[in-house]
Ligand binder design. Structure first.
Ligand code: MN
Length: 452
């Protein structure tokens, strides 16, 4: 269960598109990633200008691929993730693994790290999971961070004030640097676990190990006190400086706008380990993959929270148009008319960054935005079904929030049909289907697909 084995599995299913022509790590790869972003295949850039390493992109770029990586159907995904978050399990520590095939002096300039957008500050690592632990060894954490290349041996790391930031603060108070293992090219389950936020003290590797049915194996780094998946493609051993800072950014974040420049800590890389023929994993900032990985854990939280207040939740979609972050569509089964509004309140509480949410009935597919719009058009009355909450804390990524206070206005839309009005008025009309008509449609679709 490694990045490599998942890639081979996807290769076998025709999910990998090989780009054999030479391309540059500066903008060209990012541009091609962007053009294939929407539900696109895994991209394998086999010939990168002036580099020996292949670049693999868009691995977790579709919901379906993430489900395949976890071996679940799409309607089991949230429950599976919640189950893993509830039952983290320590992975086995091993002495050796494929990532130790080559151990060498760091030179970040020999890794095909991409420069993505026009005004980005420079090349950035975007698909790295960072492991660190507290000095007393009581707390371990794994999270995903963007890393800006400063020179052959240094990155600036963006530390949002969350768990890794807290570990770094604790190290700083002890006047020491924080050891980290930066792993690139890990199984999608590890990416997803690292993107989720169990409470401080729960190690996300343990969550990943549950997702991987106890098959995750870790190795201890050679020079720093941190751990990495033994099957990773590439591991950078480093130390986050307690004192050295550098200007980080601007850099494009999940909404597709530039995040500002800030002073952020410097990471010194002290050792590099990789597979003999390692591949470098890239992830397009603000691409679908970025949104899915950031959004999925919060979809699960919303699913769980709304489940507590209504009889049944069918599906939750933090839609791509909302940055996978600001917009939710939730389908429920309600018992009484107030249920949908309680569902909205629960969703806003479960995901504080959520800005707009729509609740629909179970006959609406939350991933079909035309159907969602149809529900709003036919089942929603603004004077009764609209919920507006003014001056609340929202997302720092919301460009339209009040610039001084950071406060925002949230909007909930109850687009479920009112139970007090006759059902016939809201029924989605169906055409009866015969076996013959269904088979004919399949055949005609087949003809169309083979032509395109
Ligand atoms: Mn954490």
């Amino acid at each position: 269960m490694s990045f490599r084995s998942f890639l081979e599995q996807m290769e076998g299913k025709g999910e990998v598109l090989h780009i054999k022509d030479e391309v540059s790590q500066n903008f060209e790869i990012a541009y091609i990633m962007k053009r294939f972003d929407n539900n696109g295949p895994i991209l394998s850039f086999d010939k990168v200008e002036d580099m020996e390493t292949r670049v693999i992109a868009n691995v977790c770029g579709t919901r379906r691929r993430i489900c395949e990586a976890l071996g679940v159907s799409s309607n089991q995904l949230h429950q599976r993730l919640l189950e893993a978050l509830r039952s983290p399990k320590k992975p086995r520590i091993v002495d050796d693994g494929p990532v130790k095939e080559v151990i060498e002096e760091p030179d970040l300039l020999r890794i095909p790290i991409l420069t993505h957008f026009e005004r980005d500050a420079g090349p950035y690592v975007t698909a790295a999971v960072v492991h660190a632990k507290s000095l007393d060894e009581n707390v371990e954490n794994v999270s995903i961070h963007r890393l800006q290349v400063l020179d052959e041996k240094h990155f600036a790391i963006r530390l949002v004030p969350r768990h890794l930031y807290r570990l770094w603060q604790m190290a700083k108070e002890a006047e020491t640097d924080l050891d980290v293992a930066i792993s690139i090219g890990v199984h999608p389950a590890v990416m997803l676990a690292a993107a989720s936020s169990p409470p401080f003290g729960v190690c996300e590797f343990d969550v990943a190990n549950n997702l991987l049915n106890d098959s995750l194996r870790l190795i201890k780094c050679k020079f720093v006190d941190a751990y990495a998946p033994a099957d990773a493609e590439l591991v950078l051993e480093g130390r986050i400086s307690a004192s050295k800072e550098a200007l980080e950014g601007p850099f494009v974040d999940v909404t597709g706008t530039y995040d500002i420049q800030r002073k952020q800590p410097v990471v010194e890389i002290v050792n590099v380990m990789h597979r003999e023929d390692y591949v470098y994993q890239a992830l397009l900032p603000s691409g679908t993959e970025h949104k899915l990985l950031m959004g999925l854990p919060f979809e699960a939280s919303i699913y769980e929270a709304v489940s507590r207040v209504v009889p049944k939740v069918y599906a939750v979609n933090l839609s791509i148009g909302g940055g996978g972050w600001l917009h939710a569509i939730i389908s429920i089964e309600k018992q009484v008319d107030g249920d949908a509004k309680n569902a909205l309140l629960a969703a806003f509480a479960a995901h504080p960054s959520l800005k707009h949410a729509v609740v629909v009935d179970s006959d609406i597919d939350v991933f079909d935005l035309t159907a969602v719009e149809w529900a709003i058009a036919t089942r929603f009355q603004a004077d009764e079904d609209l919920l507006i909450i003014e001056n609340v804390r929202g997302s720092t990524l919301d460009s339209s929030a009040n610039q001084e206070t950071g406060l925002t206005t949230k909007m909930g839309i109850d687009a479920t049909r009112p139970l007090t009005k006759p059902y016939e008025k809201f029924e989605k009309a169906r055409i009866p289907v015969s076996k013959r008509a269904e088979e004919l449609v399949q055949k005609l679709h087949g003809v169309q697909a083979s032509k395109s």
